[in-house]
Write a protein that binds this ligand. Structure first.
Ligand SMILES: [Zn+2]
Length: 302
């Protein structure tokens, strides 16, 4: 009889443990969030990929008709229920994801982005050369920045990148990492918000996901520059291209050739600078497209 009672107690404990465990979600490394929901209820949004981590994109899936907001700003879902948001290089504040299900259930998920260490290079005792570009160059730099901002502000409702993630636009050695920064004579320069992929000039650069070309232009700093809008505030940028193959307005499919590797603009050698934005958050393409085998000169099997 005593054994039976113990057995029953263990069974009950296991039942609760199982259900409580079920309501816990590991949101990022070392950070779990638990929902103390009545039994039978499940989470209103399922995490598909990504972590609360600087430079990462979190992708979730929910039911049609669910209303979402991130820190009070509405978030749109794709027709199949996907939604996403990203964290900037230096984001450290918690964000609040509020979910209102069609049946009136509310759920709040609080996410604090985990910090990363970036490659910071300090170079002191540099001769201070005061080089001020001529006015026409300054004007061009300002116009370029305005055009890039306008291209990245374009919103569309394509969902391929959200649903199927990003592929690599080219294979090559990573010669520059996301977030790295140089401090010259104590003056911090703008961090590197993309990754540099060293590749031979003339190699094909491919669209990493479906989208529309919203910029294809020669810019002062970044040379031949293409921006692809992937929908739902996600866009990707390709710089220093030798050739831009797809003009503005072209709809591209994942894997389509958009240009070729070059060294145009202010560049020290042939490479592809690849950036991904969600709204004004700069994301780390390495986190999104997954690890690339290091230094392999093999062509990508398309
Ligand atoms: Zn770069």
């Amino acid at each position: 009889m005593r054994n039976y009672v113990s057995f029953k107690i263990i069974q009950i404990i296991l039942f609760f443990a199982k259900h409580i465990a079920y309501s816990c979600r590991i949101i990022s490394t070392g950070f779990a969030i638990c929902f103390f929901l009545p039994f039978g209820e499940t989470d209103a949004a399922e995490k598909i990929r990504g972590q609360a981590l600087q430079g990462d994109l979190m992708v979730f899936k929910t039911d049609a008709g669910t209303q979402l907001s991130l820190d009070g700003t509405p978030l749109l879902t794709t027709p199949t229920g996907y939604f996403a948001f990203g964290f900037h290089r230096d984001d450290s504040m918690a964000v609040s994801l509020d979910i209102l299900s069609p049946d009136g259930r509310r759920q709040q998920i609080v996410l604090t982005p985990k910090s990363r260490l970036y490659n910071i290079q300090r170079i002191d005792n540099l001769p201070s050369t005061m080089v001020t570009p001529p006015q026409e160059v300054l004007d061009r730099i300002r116009r370029d920045a305005r055009d890039v901002k306008a291209a990245r502000a374009i919103f569309s409702e394509q969902e391929d990148a959200l649903v199927n993630n990003f592929d690599w636009p080219i294979w090559g050695r990573i010669s520059g990492t996301y977030g790295s920064q140089r401090i010259l004579n104590g003056q911090p320069r703008q961090p590197h918000y993309g990754i540099d992929i060293a590749a031979a000039p003339g190699l094909a650069v491919r669209a990493p996901a479906d989208g529309k070309i919203v910029m294809a232009k020669d810019l002062y700093f970044t040379g031949g520059t293409i921006i692809i809008d992937h929908g739902y505030h996600l866009n990707s940028t390709y710089s220093h291209l030798a050739k831009m193959i797809t003009p503005v307005g072209t709809d591209v499919k994942r894997g389509d050739i958009i240009g070729t590797v070059g060294s145009t603009g202010r560049s020290t050698g042939p490479h592809l600078d690849w950036r991904i934005n969600w709204k004004n958050k700069r994301l780390d393409p390495l986190l999104l497209a997954g690890p690339l085998l290091p230094a392999l000169p093999i062509p990508r099997p398309f």
